[in-house]
Structure formats: structure tokens, C-alpha cells
Design a protein around this ligand. Structure first.
Ligand code: AMP
Length: 216
């Protein structure tokens, strides 16, 4: 399976990508996580990406395309993948097409989680993430068993710096100007599966499963 999951920030792509990764036994390639790790390690990539990320802006295309090119070269991506957070611009989508052509493989589907802006703002402001493993929680709909502690690794739960109000606004602007045009791009290729992402997590899961089965 070669999948892309596309959604506005806070649209639930991480949650669904992680589940699909288990279900199809394919790696979840999460560019936001790769970047956050680089920032934490203080690598050159992290230094280059940090200010874009904390202000809610997109990291430049050349950097992102290079990350994906390197990640695709790893053995676990040969049998498939789910891209979570990439592509986010038309330039990235065209570069991805080129990479897939070079490998003579095709995308199976682009899963688009459609979520209204009001729902996103609420979800992001109530989101908490594990500072160790990156697992995500929502204070109301997916709370941890113990307040402030990650269920899977006991790490500390924190609010991401880009989940602050000003950064959320900027991320939403970037999404509508740079990422939304991808919907038409993939619609034209006949691979876009639109899912109502405002439903509960389990309903979104079954809607994705049905759409994927029907598309095959
Ligand atoms: P995410 O965890 O997917 O919300 O990503 C967090 C931040 O990482 C984004 O707000 C961007 O600053 C950066 N980022 C992640 N993926 C990309 C991408 N494909 N292109 C540009 N910036 C990205």
C-alpha cells in the first residue's frame, strides 16, 4: 500500500496514519515528527527548520523533498508507506510524483480528512503530546489514563509550541493557501478519497476502511 493522508493541522492524520501503518504493516512517514526530532537533537536540519515550525510556517520545499528522498531510500519503504504530513505544497507533490516514477510505483490512494476550521481550533488547543514518544492525546475525547502522563511510555505530556493560538492561525493560513490546492491535484488523478474527519475516531476509521476497500 502506498498512501498519503491529507488533512488540516489537527485533522487527525497522525492518529489515522498510525493505525493504518499497523493495519497494513507499512511505515508511517511523519515529516513533522522527523523535524521535531531534528530540533530536539539540535542537528543542522533542526536548526534550519526550527523558526519556520514555531511560527506555524512551512519548512522550505527543497529541505522537505530531500528528507523524503532519503527516507524512501531506506529498506522498510520498499513495500509501501503512509505519508503523514507530506506533501504539503504542489512543488512537493510534483517531486513525489517524480520519486514514485523513478521507482516505477504508484500511489494507491490519498485519504483526505475534511474537518471544519472551528473543530480544528478546538482540537489543537486541547491537544497534548508525549514529550518522549510523540503519542497524541485530546483532553476531552482521548485523555490519558493518568493526567499529564503518557499511557504508552510514561513520558510527560506537553502542549506543542505550535499549538499556541497565534501559530495555529498561521498554520491554518498556510494550509488553505499551500496545501488545499493538492485536493484538486489528486482529484484529477482519480486517487482522492474524501472522508468526513469531524466524526469520532472510530467512525473515521471505518469510513476510511470502507473507502479504501471500495477504491481497490
Ligand atoms: P505536523 O506535525 O505535520 O503538523 O508538522 C509540524 C510542522 O512541521 C509544520 O507546521 C511545518 O512547519 C513543518 N512541516 C511538516 N511537514 C512539512 C512539509 N511537508 N512541508 C513543510 N513543512 C512541514
Amino acid at each position: 500500500m502506498r498512501l498519503i493522508i491529507l488533512a488540516p493541522p489537527g485533522g487527525g492524520k497522525g492518529t489515522q496514519a498510525s493505525r493504518l501503518s499497523d493495519q497494513y504493516n507499512i511505515p508511517q512517514v511523519e515529516t513533522g515528527k522527523i523535524l521535531r526530532q531534528a530540533v530536539q537533537e539540535g542537528s543542522q536540519l533542526g536548526k534550519d527548520a526550527k523558526s519556520y515550525m514555531s511560527s506555524g510556517n512551512l519548512v522550505p520545499d527543497e529541505i522537505m523533498i530531500e528528507i523524503i528522498r532519503n527516507r524512501f531510500a531506506e529498506a522498510d519503504c520498499q513495500a509501501g508507506f503512509i505519508l503523514d504530513g507530506f506533501p504539503r505544497t504542489l512543488q512537493q507533490a510534483r517531486a513525489l510524483d517524480k520519486l514514485l516514477d523513478e521507482q516505477e510505483v504508484e500511489l494507491d490512494a490519498v485519504i483526505y480528512l475534511n474537518v471544519p476550521v472551528a473543530v480544528i481550533q478546538e482540537r489543537l488547543s486541547r491537544r497534548r503530546v508525549c514529550s518522549d514518544c510523540g503519542a497524541t492525546y485530546h483532553l476531552d475525547t482521548k485523555p490519558p489514563g493518568q493526567t499529564g502522563i503518557c499511557d504508552s511510555c510514561q513520558g510527560e505530556l506537553i502542549q506543542r509550541s505550535d499549538d499556541r493560538e497565534e501559530a495555529i492561525e498561521q498554520r491554518l493560513k498556510q494550509y488553505s493557501s499551500k496545501t488545499e490546492p493538492l485536493l484538486e491535484f489528486y482529484q484529477d488523478k482519480g486517487v482522492l478519497l474524501e472522508i468526513d474527519g469531524a466524526q469520532s475516531i472510530s467512525r473515521v476509521e471505518s469510513a476510511i476502511d470502507t473507502a479504501l476497500t471500495e477504491s481497490q
